[in-house]
Write a protein that binds this ligand. Structure first.
Ligand SMILES: NC(=O)c1ccc[n+]([C@@H]2O[C@H](COP(=O)([O-])OP(=O)(O)OC[C@H]3O[C@@H](n4cnc5c(N)ncnc54)[C@H](O)[C@@H]3O)[C@@H](O)[C@H]2O)c1
Ligand SMILES: [Zn+2]
Ligand SMILES: [Zn+2]
Length: 384
């Protein structure tokens, strides 16, 4: 089968790989119908995630058709059209039982922090992902969800990560009616977080990025204010001025380890890897939130240390909430929101490429070319 393969930083290509096989009675084999490229893939692509191995197939956002099931798979049948959450979760451990599907204790051998993910580094289990024609789906009774009849496959594929992550970013913010919410990062996740902030009762939503085309997109899609941090001076001061010098009620970090905007952070976090990614956005979020406010972090950072202004967290009495998204927990509500037209995930998709063109897809998304917001890959074997 054809699959994307990582060859080292900024080098990906499509290769022939052996077909995945059932390795455990709870496995399913899924023929991929759509897969996406995510900001989280860029951390791998840029070589910023420990233990990302050459030969790995990325892709944690995908839909597919069930081709084969193991003897203990009861919730799926061959031929089902499924959306597959990015978390690989056992459904039985103490964390899964609390709905913490992003922190499963069984799905990754080094599960001290995150759980298992498709198409990520070996710190999250080393599972191959869905930027391929076929993929092995472990614990197939737990997370894969049959796509409701009539749902557009492009909406379904965004329910595997982007929509739940934007939603959880807003949820973790504990937004109260009328709150001012500032979202750092106008990628697909930040745009969805800004959109979802309104669902929780925000009174004002501001998004900050440096890509004008993304800010323009966010203004229309998320109906929020949007500012370019390269044009507003110190973004923290700017937010303070916008909020009568109080600060925002909630700040969301939807940027993560590859944040721009601070030379010291960029050199230590991205160039020399002396810290686990540039902490610029989280820094701004902590400093721009009001005393007693909430900082919600969905932007991904690595497992080691970061230069974060912890003294300000303490002295301002800030609550920090953060996690990998528990996709499955949100699906019932978010499927309803999509069916009722409250959310329009496929509106984020700007590019549709053949799987064979995956290298172009990464280059374009990484370099923010051609007004790219979200790219979907379509394997020739998709059939739909
Ligand atoms: N927690 C989760 O479960 C989860 C799930 C999906 C994605 N993520 C993470 O969310 C983040 C965003 O994902 P995405 O797909 O939207 O990525 P993306 O790369 O498309 O978007 C990131 C955006 O941040 C902007 N940016 C850079 N520095 C900034 C700064 N200092 N302030 C404000 N904006 C800045 C970039 O210009 C870019 O538009 C990534 O870190 C990704 O790994 C987390
Ligand atoms: Zn993703
Ligand atoms: Zn578990």
């Amino acid at each position: 089968m054809l699959a994307m393969e990582y060859r080292g930083p900024k080098r990906v290509r499509v290769v022939q790989k052996p077909m995945p096989e059932i390795l455990h009675p709870e496995d399913a084999i899924v023929r991929v119908t759509r897969s996406c490229i995510c900001g989280s893939d860029l951390h791998l692509y840029n070589g910023n995630v420990p233990d990302t191995r050459v030969g790995q197939t990325f892709g944690h956002e995908f839909t597919g058709v069930v081709e084969e099931i193991g003897s203990e798979v009861t919730k799926l049948k061959v031929g089902d059209n499924v959306l597959v959450p990015f978390n690989i979760a056992c459904g039985k451990c103490i964390f899964c039982k609390q709905g913490l599907f992003g922190n499963c204790h069984e799905a990754a051998p080094q599960a001290t922090a995150a759980g298992g993910f498709f198409g990520y580094s070996h710190i999250t289990g080393g599972y191959n992902g869905g930027q391929a024609e076929y993929v092995r789906v472990p614990y197939a009774n737990v997370s894969p969800t049959v796509i409701p009849p009539g749902m557009d496959i492009e909406d379904a594929v965004l329910l595997t990560d982007v929509v739940p992550t934007g939603y959880q970013a807003a949820e973790m913010g504990g937004i109260q009616t009328g709150d001012t919410v500032v979202v750092f990062g106008a990628g697909p996740v930040g745009i969805m977080a800004a959109r979802c902030a309104w669902l929780f009762g925000a009174g004002r939503v501001i998004i900050i990025d440096k890509e004008d085309y993304r800010l323009e997109f966010a203004r229309n899609y998320s109906k929020c204010e949007a500012y370019n941090f390269q044009e507003i001076g110190d973004p923290v001061l700017f937010i303070k001025k916008q909020t009568d010098w109080i600060g925002a009620d909630v700040c969301i970090d939807a940027v993560g380890a590859e944040a721009a905007g601070n030379a010291l952070q960029t050199i230590t976090g991205r160039k020399t890897l002396l810290q686990a990614g540039s902490a610029t956005a989280v820094h701004w979020a902590i400093n721009a939130v009001r005393k007693g406010g909430v900082v919600s972090i969905v932007g991904v950072y690595g497992p080691t240390d970061n230069l974060v202004p912890i003294g300000n967290v303490l002295n301002k009495g800030i609550t920090i909430r953060a996690n990998q998204t528990a996709v499955k927990r949100h699906l019932p509500r978010l499927i309803e929101h999509v069916q009722n037209g409250v959310l329009n995930p496929k509106g984020l998709i700007t590019h549709r490429l053949a799987l064979e063109d995956v290298a172009d897809g990464y280059r374009m998304f990484s370099a923010k070319l051609d007004n790219c917001i979200k790219t979907v890959l379509i394997p020739a074997t998709a059939g739909i």
